[in-house]
Design a protein around this ligand. Structure first.
Ligand code: SF4
Ligand code: SF4
Length: 68
């Protein structure tokens, strides 16, 4: 298991991390709106994270941190 952290002050809700997570565990939080007006991404099942880093690599705003 890895710890997935999204810094929502940087996230712009583009959904790239959602599209590229092979485990399908990244989702946009539709009931949350950031100060910049976006639905931020979050990890819905940390247990399934393989720490592949796809999400962190794809994120254009470097908002995702993966800790093994
Ligand atoms: S590190 Fe890989 S498995 Fe974990 S949330 Fe990111 S894309 Fe998904
Ligand atoms: S790729 Fe980055 S900016 Fe886009 S939704 Fe995911 S965390 Fe947010």
């Amino acid at each position: 298991m890895a710890q997935v952290t999204v810094d929502i002050t940087f996230c712009k809700g583009c959904g790239l991390c959602v599209d590229f997570c092979p485990q399908g565990i990244m989702q946009l939080e539709t009931d949350v709106i950031t100060q910049k007006g976006y639905h931020p991404a979050h990890c819905v099942d940390q247990e399934k994270c393989t720490a592949c880093l796809n999400c962190a690599t794809m994120c254009p705003d470097v908002a995702i941190t993966i800790e093994r």
